[in-house]
Design a protein around this ligand. Sequence first.
Ligand SMILES: Cc1cc2nc3c(=O)[nH]c(=O)nc-3n(C[C@H](O)[C@H](O)[C@H](O)COP(=O)(O)OP(=O)(O)OC[C@H]3O[C@@H](n4cnc5c(N)ncnc54)[C@H](O)[C@@H]3O)c2cc1C
Length: 326
Amino acid sequence: MIAVVPVRAGELPVGAAEAVAEAGGNVVLAGDGTDAAAEALTSEAPLLVRQVVCAELGSYAPAAWARRLSRRLDAEDVVILPAVPDGRDLAPRIAASLGRPLLAGAQEIRPAGAVVLRWGGLQLVELTVEGPFVATLLPGSRSVAAAPSGLVPISLAPADETETSDDGAACADAMSLEVLAPDPAAVDLAEAAKIIAGGAGLGSHDEFATLARVAEAIGASVGATRVVTDGGILGHARQIGTTGATVRPRLYVALGISGAAQHVGGIGEPLHVVSVNLDASCPMMAMADLAVVSDAAATLEALADLLGLRDGALVGEHASAEGDDD
Ligand SMILES: Cc1cc2nc3c(=O)[nH]c(=O)nc-3n(C[C@H](O)[C@H](O)[C@H](O)COP(=O)(O)OP(=O)(O)OC[C@H]3O[C@@H](n4cnc5c(N)ncnc54)[C@H](O)[C@@H]3O)c2cc1C
């Protein structure tokens, strides 16, 4: 088994380490800036990685990448990509190049098939295939504990001729004219680097409208607890937790959230956690780097004022893109 992780400008996508773990620690990092991505991967999960191959393929061109990678991947029975936009784009092209079936949206990958989610995530279906296949693994499906064989020295294999040279054959790839910064309001929560979330202690529709404006101003995505989504204040897509989205932000700001196990089970391990709550001893405050004992709505209003947000207007110089320094 081997994982293929698409890399853009040295950045690993969400779900990269999980795909590597599912593949037993073997990975081809394909794209631009793969050395930096290899360093990030090995420092994120040092016991996980057994062998990394860095394939410098330049900027994103899925058809050309698939053709070049398929030569190296031909000997692998199972090829796993993370089920994120670039992985979902590249996987069917690799499968077509190799002449194999694609098992998309898997929760678990086995030597002879995969368990995939179907019917909008309501049903788990076990698929069995004869022979080699390509699969995409949903982020949040598994932990990134050490590869089954434990600690094995990392070897950084050099890319070979097939990965670095262009054989000149024509490829039907779209041309990228511009890469736009993601819109934090619309970005998939699973990929958001900064999340500002509200719970029952924040209030109702008015407070969540303010939360959306503050989130936009600081380049964060809006999240919520189940109490909020069940109450119809925000849609289910914004719910974080075991029955909602699994997220992996660097910064998580929790306003009026108690920190129930079903909620914090979905927030990963943020680098920074800020919590605002009247109860200084609730679980969310206990896990915060910065715990503010205060009324959540009043704190949010004060933050909106500091950001220069009045009557729904955004003050331009405060707006920052997702990915800015935390
Ligand atoms: C099977 C199952 C699955 C579940 N899945 C999920 C899930 O995916 N995601 C999820 O979030 N929940 C989930 N839940 C629900 C979960 O157990 C909690 O009930 C929920 O997370 C609590 O949400 P909350 O923190 O907003 O509300 P509460 O637990 O009611 O907490 C409100 C918090 O706000 C504080 N507060 C009150 N007033 C103020 C104020 N004025 N200013 C500041 N703070 C204030 C309180 O001190 C308290 O800490 C699930 C439950 C079950 C049984």
